[in-house]
Structures are given as structure tokens and as C-alpha cells.
Design a binder for this molecule. Structure first.
Ligand code: A2P
Length: 321
């Protein structure tokens, strides 16, 4: 069994999870079944990925065939931006995911982004002018109060955030009676998040690394990612491991949980097989030296940049950095 990461709530999270972003429904059904078969116990989901019904089916199948029981799985869901509202609206957001995932509770529920969209069934609502309809009259600190109620109602075991910057984390901690357990953010050697990671650690918040391979193949990626980096390839050769395994191991050794996505059985297996070697300090430092600043960020969401809580303002200021 794999190492666990202890959260500030006292609960443990398995260090490696299977990411389900960009899986088609059909791929998700096979990939999640396959991942659980290979020993994954942590499944990272979100309503906006539009595959939660199949992820839920896959979990049920593996429970039915005796591979796991519900209590052994650690399932993360995320409140989509169109559910930023009063408690009833937030609860609806959770209940939609619980229903699709066929679960009675989530192990972890995150605010997916610090900004909201107009409420309704459209995942990406448009205003009459054709622009994304941002919702600016509710702040994430308000949404957090409802997230806390979901814990009290025992619908979720832990709560956290995703894509929050350090200013936003501080604002949240000002109002929180339950502090966020994690901040899930993009993290890989081209965007190593050293500052945010330290900031979170000092406040007892665990970092979960998404796009740990730099999301090769993602439409926003216009230049080669870390998986094709010569330094990463060289370290991989030295250890007789693949670049992906180096990138995953690098997160583990930084104390981050990590959620690589793959729909391919061989790669799903490979990505979990990172507990039989150790990167040396100089290798970790070489990887940390690959940082590219804001150029390294792949997931930017610039459609929402007009929202006051758009988290990556540094991307917008021309010439900064
Ligand atoms: P596939 O799903 O066909 O395996 P990230 O987790 O950083 O978003 O990266 C996901 C991307 O990386 C997907 O395109 C996935 O393709 C690919 N990928 C996942 N695991 C590996 C691996 N071990 N080697 C190479 N590419 C991988």
C-alpha cells in the first residue's frame, strides 16, 4: 500500500490519485476501474469534467467485485463555479456529484475556483453580449461558510480549495472555523509553486499537484512540457524509470499529493509504480531549477480574468516577471 498524507483534519489522503480531467465518459469508466485494480485508492473528480456518472459506475463495479470497499476509497469532488450561492445552491452542487458518483458522502470537497459564474444548468453560462457570465456578488468566503455546513451535515469529510492564490488563502483563513485541508493547484517543474507550497505548509494546508506531467496534449500547451525536458529524461535514464515516474516521484518527495491522469492501462500502472526509488538531493535541485515562472502555467482560464477574484493576475500584467 502507498504512503498517506495526513491532513489538518486528522484524516489521511493517499499520496497518488487518478486524475479524471479530460477523460471522456467512456474512457473514465475503463480508466477508473483499471486504476482501482492497480491499487489506486484516491480518485480525483469534478462535476465540470462531465464524467462523474461513469467514474461512479467504475467505483461501484470495483466495490461489487470485492476489490475495495467504499471506506478504502478516497474520493474528491469539486463545487463547480455555477454553484457559488447561498447554502441551498452549494448543497445542490454537492448533491449533483453525490448522485452521479453514487456515493452518500465525499472524502474531500473543494471549491473548484475562487470565482463564480451565473447559477443555472449551463456549465459555462453566457451573458447577452456572448461573454462568460461571471457572478461577482458572492465572495468565496461566503461559499466557504456553506462548505463548513456540509461537513457538519456529514455529507463531506474534509473541505478544501483549488486554484487559490496565497492572498485568497489568507482571506479564507480569516473567516474559516474549519480551515481548508488542501489547495489543489497546477504543479510540475515548469511551475514548481515553491512559494505557494511553503505558504500552505506553514498554515497546515496540504498541496495537491494537478497536471503533474504538465498536461502534454492539452490544447493550451504550445511548447514542449516537462515530460519532454532533457533534464527530466536524463534523470529518468539514470534511475531506469520514465520521465512521468520522475515527475510523480518529485511531487511525492516534496510532500505533495499528486493526481496524474491517464486513460491507458500501462501508463496508469506505471504512474503508480514510483515507490521503489528515490531522487537524490541534487536531482531534486536540478528539477527545481527548471522553473519557468508564469510562462510555465498551462491552465490559465483567461475567460474569467475580468472577475475580481481571478487568481492569476500576474499573467495579465504585461512585462511582469
Ligand atoms: P494518456 O491519458 O493517453 O495516458 P497531466 O496529468 O499532467 O494532466 O497529464 C496527462 C497527460 O499525460 C495525458 O495526455 C496522458 O495521456 C499523458 N500521460 C499520462 N501518463 C503518462 C505516462 N506515464 N507517460 C507519458 N504520458 C502520460
Amino acid at each position: 500500500s502507498q504512503p498517506m498524507m495526513r491532513m489538518n483534519s486528522g484524516c489521511d489522503m493517499p499520496m497518488i490519485g487518478i486524475g479524471t480531467w479530460k477523460m471522456t465518459p467512456c474512457q473514465a469508466l475503463d480508466a477508473v476501474r483499471c486504476a482501482i485494480g492497480f491499487g489506486y485508492r484516491h480518485i480525483d473528480c469534478a462535476h465540470v469534467y462531465q464524467n462523474e456518472r461513469e467514474v461512479g459506475q467504475a467505483m461501484q463495479d470495483k466495490i461489487a467485485d470485492g476489490t475495495v470497499c467504499r471506506e478504502q476509497l478516497f474520493v474528491t469532488g469539486k463545487l463547480w463555479n455555477t454553484y457559488h450561492g447561498c447554502y441551498e445552491v452549494v448543497k445542490q452542487g454537492l448533491e449533483k456529484s453525490l448522485c452521479d458518483l453514487k456515493l452518500s458522502y465525499l472524502d474531500l470537497f473543494l471549491i473548484h475556483w475562487p470565482f463564480g459564474f451565473e447559477n443555472g444548468c449551463e456549465l459555462f453560462p453566457k451573458s447577452p453580449d456572448g461573454e462568460l457570465a461571471l457572478k461577482k456578488d458572492i465572495h468565496f468566503t461566503n461559499v466557504w461558510k456553506s462548505m463548513e455546513l456540509l461537513v457538519h451535515e456529514r455529507l463531506v469529510r474534509n473541505i478544501g480549495v483549488s486554484n487559490f492564490n496565497s492572498t485568497q488563502i489568507d482571506q479564507l483563513l480569516q473567516v474559516a472555523t474549519i480551515p481548508p485541508a488542501v489547495n489543489q493547484v497546477e504543479c510540475h517543474p515548469y511551475l514548481n509553486q515553491v512559494c505557494l507550497s511553503t505558504f500552505c505548509r506553514e498554515r497546515g494546508i496540504q498541496l495537491v499537484a494537478y497536471s503533474p506531467l504538465g498536461s502534454p496534449g492539452y490544447e493550451n500547451r504550445t511548447s514542449p512540457g516537462p515530460i519532454d525536458d532533457p533534464v527530466v529524461k536524463c534523470i529518468a535514464n539514470n534511475h531506469k524509470k520514465t520521465p512521468a515516474q520522475i515527475l510523480i516521484r518529485y511531487q511525492i518527495q516534496r510532500g505533495h499529493a499528486v493526481i496524474p491522469k491517464s486513460v491507458n492501462a500501462e501508463r496508469i500502472c506505471q504512474n503508480f509504480n514510483v515507490f521503489d526509488f528515490c531522487l537524490m538531493e541534487h536531482e531534486m535541485n536540478q528539477l527545481l531549477g527548471l522553473e519557468k515562472g508564469k510562462q510555465g502555467r498551462v491552465v490559465q482560464y483567461t475567460d474569467a480574468c475580468a472577475h475580481p477574484e481571478y487568481p492569476f493576475k500576474e499573467l495579465l500584467s504585461e512585462g511582469a516577471e
